[in-house]
Design a protein around this ligand. Sequence first.
Ligand SMILES: [Zn+2]
Ligand SMILES: [Zn+2]
Length: 269
Amino acid sequence: MSVNPQIRQRDPSSLRVGYSRNVRRFEIASIGVYAVAMVWLAARIGPRIAAAPFLVLSAFMLGYVLADFISGFVHWIADTWGTPECPVVGKALIRPFREHHVDPKEITRHDFIETNGNNCFISIVPAIAAALIPQHGPGSLFAATLMFSLTLWVLFTNQFHKWAHLDSPPALIDWLQRANLILPRDHHAVHHAAPYAKYYCITVGWLNEALFRLRFFQTLEQIITATTGAVPREDDIGKQAALALVAAEPLPSLDLPQLKVARALAKPE
Ligand SMILES: [Zn+2]
Ligand SMILES: [Zn+2]
């Protein structure tokens, strides 16, 4: 049974209207506060780098991998659950992800503020917390550097994601993508095939294949569906396609009434 013909997505223009002036003001404020927090954090770490360069380098690299994982986790939550009408997170977080599946090129038309505002906002509290870590001993240096790297790469995630949607990026970006040092274009294209259910990591994508083979997100979805009855990506691809997708999974433990109906419908004639 093919799931794709059943996919129903939202109207792109109505999703665009959700990007209001207030959202934009919020993004500008977030970028400003984030920049100040990062300068403060860098000033705390900077004088100690020469004493332990390898410790700092390893914390910095770990931050990159961790940012890739977090990008995938947040992307998965926003793609899979909730609607743009949800209070607080609906307009600012879920709406851009819905829009991105309907119109993947829209992100390439976003300016610096729209691209990076959200990620600056979520990085403010971790950056300030890291700057407040009392700096004595290698542990505190490692923790502060890890947080600096993590928040930095979380910020760059949307930028790397945007570049992954450019048809012909500048030469340096193209080289970084081909070298697999930032999210490659063909790699990210795997996520953009309906039903948008794998390869969520969008910083560099190193973790995507492993998370997919480990059924990491699929298992989380099954646990959430089994315990709450919520249907993954119901708002993104429409209820019929989302139910068909769940029904296609071999899950004897899931006996929700709506899944029984979907399984019966999905059975070939
Ligand atoms: Zn997505
Ligand atoms: Zn994308």
